[in-house]
Design a binder for this molecule. Structure first.
Ligand code: GLN
Ligand code: ZN
Length: 777
């Protein structure tokens, strides 16, 4: 018998790196391919080039190339879809896209993500508590699994050909199945995790192939282990971990597979920690930004700990000295080795702060984007192995940046802090809903089943062109605003023609519902190139909330008043709520989120007061991200809901009883957050419901929810125009389930991503259906 020793894990490493390219090169390549302008081979060329540049860059920044410090973690669209392709788990409706061996080409792979005709794409949903969305695998009792993609092996070989030994990264088997949904028609007691024994042979085959191709380590990502929100109960999940890693780590001889790193990003392993530690995996990646230093447990003597001390999910420069202290604590656990890593993949942050010449240099000196984080990892690794003295200068520079950040003007402003400190309970409460309801009815005089929209109307090419021209200085602000007012006039006219009851201005002046407010509030900065993948080829550019927030001047009041001057119907003012502003920005990490949320809330409260003073009778405060920020661990829900709900109430409770507050939430799981929705105390809540055919009505009725609700009757995520009959059917259902004076009629969400050819007939169908149902009352 030959004794095999596990190869040492690199002392500094990252779990992953941005994939879309510093100039969104992958996005452009994919979108040209989808539009039929280029071939799959062209996308492959761009992708191979991006991967090479990533390897070169990471090596330049100090990651080693002779041991697998550099992850091979590219994806054309989504890492969960990649695992679906690896396992050949192609849903029935797309079976024709795979070849006889279950392989998908780039066109087929894209079709799973994008759908074709009546074949709906895989469902997309949020990846843990990030703003990234993955494609949900569909797994049934009959799904065949086979080893259908050798991409990880080819990409490893590509690196080796360049002289770089990378570490292939694949979504782990437990997380893959925990995130899957059962195919339609599966028996009620079936759960995708039941299929674990059938996916493990594919993973085993991949590991053997990777080893044969020269891999010394592989990384299997298992974030399901940090979450209570996956569909698999904890005990079942732990049993799956034991089974999976017995098959992959224990049963495959160590000289026939790469050493295995199981990474658990996005939170604390909690009770999964001793379970994972007791397996034979060679290394465990722990998130030490969200999670804390775990306890010593049996089984660590042969395990390397990859300490995720550098935050992969936010953009602040780390306190390197404090991180070294955490690393030293970790060394006390008696593991085989402690190495330095990131808490999550770096694909949640932009590439490089050097790419932001327009940012204030002082602010830039506080930031670490992906490349700066790699340098932090390299420094910490050196500090850990050589001692603090070896990295003395870097520690000093990091401490200096922190000191600058703590004391810079704008970070802590007494006038903002005095206001939040002086808040008393009455700032968070309105008068009784019963009283408000009577006064609002008298003021607004709306018909039964009042109709409205969620706020935005299509963002046309002309609007985008005008905005770009204004940004370039080709249009003066006055010219730009004229164009926007002309657009508002068109939108108002259209709404009057269609016969909507509560009108909106259509949000033409907003590039994005968060960035628009960030640009108009103090305490925020926006980036030029800070793109972060949101899903597939789509990216967002989160704003940076760095200082105390206040409102230097009214933001929306002139647009809303102008709109109201055009019509005798009530116009609804439109704001983004504090929780959503936080969720979709990079937020300062030097104080509790609740404090930051209250500052944003007070700025919005002032805006609402100004809208009210200008005669606006209805204000909508959108909180689509309320559920998104819900912590992964149930134990943390109450504290989160407390600060998030309070900030919304702080924003909206300053109004008179006869001013109607609306909110909008972008999802249909009403039951899950009913407590929070109730807590918001909004007079009217619009919510997505069309896709699920108004399933939420049952929850609303069961909860005895007292206030008004607008369950969406038009699925705006699809180009389909609903027929009058189908909307009538939905409304007839709704009228049966909920009291008439509680019911509003509206689409699922804003219309900005749709075209007028779809929007106009859809709204007409909604109005026709509403009239039909009204006539039956
Ligand atoms: N008012 C916004 C709009 O209509 C709401 C968008 C959202 O909820 N995501 O576009
Ligand atoms: Zn929405």
């Amino acid at each position: 018998m030959t004794e095999t020793t596990t190869p040492a894990f690199p002392t500094g490493s990252v779990l992953g790196y941005p994939r879309i390219g510093p100039r969104r090169e992958l996005k452009k390549a994919l979108e040209s391919f989808w539009a039929g302008r280029t071939e799959a081979a062209d996308v492959e060329t761009v992708a191979a080039d991006l991967r090479r540049r990533t390897r070169t860059r990471l090596a330049e920044l100090g990651l080693r190339t002779d041991v697998p410090a550099i992850p091979s973690a590219f994806s054309f669209y989504d890492q969960v879809l990649d695992a679906t392709a690896l396992l050949g788990a192609v849903p029935e409706r797309f079976a024709d896209l795979a070849d006889a061996d279950g392989r998908l080409d780039l066109a087929g792979y894209s079709t799973l993500a994008r759908g074709r005709g009546d074949d709906l794409p895989l469902e997309m949903t949020k990846w843990f508590d990030t703003n990234y969305h993955y494609l949900v695998p569909e797994i049934g009792p009959e799904t065949t699994f086979r080893y259908a993609s050798d991409r990880p092996v080819r990409e490893l070989a590509e690196g080796l050909a360049d002289g770089v030994l990378t570490r292939p990264v694949v979504v782990g088997p437990v997380t893959y199945l925990a995130l899957a949904k059962a195919t339609e028609g599966s028996p009620a007691d079936f759960s995708p995790i039941d299929r674990l024994p059938d996916v493990l042979p594919v993973y085993a085959a991949l590991l053997r192939d990777l080893r044969a191709a020269g891999a010394t380590w592989v990384q299997l990502d298992e974030p399901a282990l940090v979450s209570d929100s996956v569909d698999v109960p904890a005990e079942r999940l732990y049993a799956a971990v034991i089974e999976a890693y017995r098959a992959l780590a224990t049963e495959i001889p160590a000289d026939e597979r790469p050493a295995i790193l199981v990474a658990a990003p996005y939170g604390d392993l909690g009770a999964a920690w001793p379970v994972l530690a007791a397996t034979d995996v060679d290394a465990i990646g722990i998130d030490l930004v969200r999670g804390s230093v775990p306890e010593a447990v049996p089984g660590l003597g042969t395990t390397t700990l990859v300490a995720g001390v550098v935050d992969g999910h936010n953009i602040w420069r780390a306190d390197l000295d404090a991180k070294l202290t955490v690393l030293e604590q970790l060394e006390g656990l008696g593991a085989a080795a402690v190495t330095v890593g990131t808490s999550t993949s770096l694909f949640h942050v932009p590439h490089d702060t050097a790419d932001e010449p327009a940012l204030d240099p002082t602010l830039t000196s506080w930031l670490a984007f992906a490349d700066q984080k790699v340098s932090e990892v390299v420094t910490l690794a050196e500090g850990l192995t050589e001692g603090r003295e070896a990295v003395h200068d870097q520690l000093l520079a990091a401490a200096e940046a922190l000191r600058s950040r703590a004391t810079a003007p704008g970070v802590r402003r007494p006038e903002v802090r005095e206001r939040t400190a002086a808040l008393t309970a009455d700032a968070f409460t309105r008068g009784s809903f019963e009283e408000r309801k009577v006064q609002q009815a008298a003021r607004l005089e709306l018909p039964p089943l009042p109709t409205t929209t969620i706020g935005s109307f299509p963002q046309t090419t002309d609007i985008r062109k005008a905005r770009a021209a204004h940004a370039k200085g080709e249009l003066t602000t006055a010219q730009y605003e004229d164009e926007m007012r002309a657009e508002i006039r068109r939108v108002v006219e259209l709404q009057e023609e269609i016969g909507l009851d509560v009108l909106v201005h259509g949000e033409p002046e907003r590039n994005d519902m968060v960035q628009y407010f960030a640009e108009n509030l103090d305490g925020f900065a926006v980036t030029q190139n800070g793109w972060v993948q949101s899903y597939g080829s789509r990216c967002t550019r989160p704003s940076i909330l760095w200082g105390d927030v206040s409102r230097p001047a009214p933001i929306t009041v002139s647009w809303t008043s102008y709109t109201q001057s055009l019509t005798s119907k009530p116009v609804k003012g439109m704001l983004t709520g504090p929780v959503t502003i936080l969720a979709w920005s990079f937020v300062r990490d030097d104080q509790p989120l609740g404090e930051t949320a209250n500052q944003v809330a007070l700025a919005l409260r002032d805006e609402i007061a100004d809208l009210e003073a200008a005669g606006i009778a209805i204000v909508q405060v959108d909180e689509p991200a309320l559920r998104e920020l819900l912590p992964l661990r149930e134990a943390d829900h109450a504290a989160y809901l407390d600060w998030s709900v309070r900030s919304f109430r702080l924003a909206t409770s300053g109004v008179r009883d006869d001013t109607q507050i609306h909110t909008h939430l972008c999802y249909s799981e009403f039951g899950e957050v009913i407590g929070a929705i109730d807590g918001l105390d909004a007079d009217v809540t619009s919510i997505e419901a069309a896709r699920s055919k108004m399933e939420i009505l049952g929850d609303i009725a069961a909860a005895g929810y007292p206030r008004a609700i607008g369950p969406g009757v038009y699925d705006i995520h699809s180009p389909r125009v609903p027929s009058e009959e189908e909307v009538t059917e939905l409304l007839t259902e709704a009228v049966k389930a909920i009291a008439l004076d509680q019911l509003w009629v509206n689409p699922d969400c804003g219309l900005k991503t749709r075209r007028y050819e779809e929007v106009t007939p859809s709204l007409e169908a909604i109005l026709a259906a509403t009239r039909t149902v009204r006539a039956t009352l």
